[in-house]
Structure formats: C-alpha cells, structure tokens
Design a binder for this molecule. Structure first.
Ligand code: KG4
Ligand code: ZN
Length: 333
C-alpha cells in the first residue's frame, strides 16, 4: 500500500511516499527558512502563498523519486492540525483535491502524532508502549503512548516550547532563524557550565516553563556584554536539555514506562542525544531518537501515521475535512 503524505503546518512544504507504513520511497522537504529568515520568524501569510506555489511540483518530484505514478497511490494522508491555519488550509485543500480527482481515501493526521511516527520509520522501528517527549518549535509535551493511536498528555510546557526558547535566545544573540541548529553547532565548542542559567520548575511536577529562561538570558547578557557566543549557547542549551531530560525521566517513572522516545525538531539536537541515554540508563530506562532528518517536520511521518490510522483504526475523513489550528493530541485516537 502506497500512502502519499502531505505536510504544510508551518514553514516546511513536505511530500512523501511511504510503502506499507514503514518503507520510505520518497521524502522531500522544501524549507521556507530563507523566506522567513529576514523577519526573524514565520510570517503566516507568506508561508501559505509559498506552500501553494511549491506543493504541486513537489508532489510530482516525489512520484518521480519513488518511481511511482498517480495510479499507484492508495491513500492520501495530510496534516490537518495543529499549526498555522493558512498553511494547513493549503495542504488540506491540495490533499482533498488529489483524493477527489483519484477517488482515494483522505486521512487526516495530527501533526504531533506524526512526529511520534518517526520512530516507526527508524531502523529498527520502535513501537509502543513508551513515554514520548515531543519537543519542537511549536510544542513541548510529555505523552504516554500505550499503543499507536492512543495518547495521554501527562505534562508539557506552560508557555514557550523548547525550540521556541532556543530560537528566541538565538535571535537575542544575533543568530539566524531558526537558531536551534546554529546553537547546536556553537554549543559543541562551548562550556556548558560557564553560565548558571536557571532550570525552571526542575524540582517537581511534569510541567515545564521556558519563557523565564529567556528573560534570565536577557538580564545576564545586559550585565555581561562580550561573553563568548559558544559558552552562551552551550550554557543556555544545557539548561533546556536538563529540564527536558529530568521531566521526561520523572514522567516515565511516574507512569511506569521503561522506554522513552524523543521526537520533533529539537530531538535532532546533539547535546540532548548525548546527555539523555546515559541518564536514562542510570534509572534502568532506554531512550530512542529517530534519525535527525525524521525529527524535523517532514511528510514521511505523516504518511506513516495515516497508514496506521487507515489500516488499523479504519479511519478516513470526508473531503470537507477542515483544518484545526489547535487540534489537541488526545482528540486523535
Ligand atoms: O518539528 P519542527 O521541525 O517544527 C515544528 O513542529 O515546530 O521543529 C523546529 C524546531 C525549531 O525551533 C528549531 O530551532 C529546532 O526545532 N531545531 C533544533 C535543531 N534542529 C531543529 N534545535 C536544536 N538543535 C537542533 N539540531
Ligand atoms: Zn513539527
């Protein structure tokens, strides 16, 4: 079964073709980072128009890369939330158009669930039960996953997402948007213990807060102009990583999971990938990360998720499927 996946929830136009829910035949991602870079963040209206401009050609390219034709596609899967409403509308309209033209089932996918499906595309695949940390530019949440399709959100950020905190901090110190990958690289050269940034809400509970960390960075920078950028990045990243690791381990213990998965753009971070496994091992837990290319937004995740929703849960949507900018994860079962 070939599933065409479509993802346009933010600033990546992505089309993928996945065979039988696990074998990636094509996975194309066109990033709009250059378009939004000069504004320091995503401009929703510009993103919508750029998705519209790019998506038909990208779908043709995906078919060519998969050595497939439109007639070979069995199911169309598309992200319908959460995300930016204009960009979502472009992807959903395009997907519904394809489904209508080809007489195919249309399967709506929750973007957060799709991030978890990166684990199903990993080698070897990682299957539930597990405790998931979804950590991206838009979201940071802890979710108990007893099986695919069943999600219980057990914690997460009360304010900024971890990726958002990194991007805002990066802007503060003059890094291009999105700053996460630049902070990742600079931190490799820096001293993570140099600046004692706070670890907000570390001691208790499963909630997180990253907005205060950014404020602390603003004050510190004011009092210490000229601090080396690599040390700044390493120290800021260390605070974020420590909060993520500690909260996730606490959630895993509380809900009795010994397997943890990390997904979303920030899961590509090298420091997080380095620090987390030994910390989990100390507590008898194992942590899994998808390959970096499947951490950031892509449509292979969407296709894998759609495959499961269609074949296992027997779900598909009417062609009138409406995007939902605030689609919660627990609603998707
Ligand atoms: O999952 P994603 O591609 O899009 C959303 O759903 O938000 O995540 C993007 C976020 C951005 O905040 C970006 O700075 C961050 O992930 N990111 C990273 C790295 N790669 C992407 N943060 C830290 N280290 C990285 N290597
Ligand atoms: Zn995402």
């Amino acid at each position: 079964m070939l599933v065409l996946g479509i993802e346009t929830s933010c600033d990546e136009t992505a089309v993928a073709i996945v065979e039988d829910g696990q074998r990636i035949r094509a996975n194309l991602v066109y990033s709009q980072a250059d378009l939004h870079g000069r504004y320091g963040g995503v401009v929703p209206e510009a993103a919508s128009r750029d998705h519209l401009r790019k998506i038909p050609a990208l779908a043709q390219e995906a078919l060519a890369a998969a050595k497939a034709s439109w007639a070979d596609i069995d199911v169309v899967g598309v992200t319908y939330g959460p995300g930016l409403i204009g960009p979502l509308l472009v992807g959903v309209s395009y997907a519904a158009g394809v489904a209508l033209a080809r007489g195919l089932p249309l399967v709506g996918v929750n973007h957060l669930a799709a991030h978890l499906f990166a684990l199903r595309l990993s080698e070897p695949p990682v299957e539930p039960p597990f405790l998931g940390l979804i950590v991206s530019g838009g979201h940071t949440l802890l979710v108990a996953v007893p099986r695919w399709g069943e999600y219980q959100v057990v914690g997460g950020t009360r304010d900024d997402a971890a990726g958002e905190a990194l991007d805002k901090f990066g802007r503060l110190v003059g890094l291009p948007y999105p700053a996460g990958p630049h902070i990742d690289a600079l931190a490799q050269e820096g001293d993570p213990t140099r600046i004692p940034f706070p670890r907000p809400m570390l001691e208790s509970g499963l909630d997180m807060s990253f907005a205060g960390l950014k404020t602390a960075a603003i004050y510190w920078l004011r009092e210490h102009p000229g601090a080396p950028l690599s040390d700044l990045c390493a120290s800021f990243l260390e605070a974020v990583v420590e909060v993520l690791v500690e909260k996730t381990l606490r959630a895993a213990r509380r809900f009795q999971f010994n397997r943890i998965v990390v997904a979303g753009g920030v899961a590509a971070n090298r420091r997080l990938r380095q620090v987390f496994p030994p910390r989990a091992a100390e507590r008898g837990m194992t942590v899994f990360f998808p390959p970096p290319a499947l951490c950031t937004d892509n449509a292979a995740n969407v296709a894998a998720c759609a495959h499961q929703r269609y074949t296992v849960l027997g779900r598909s949507e009417p062609l009138s499927l409406a995007p939902d900018a605030n689609l919660p994860l627990h609603q998707w079962v």
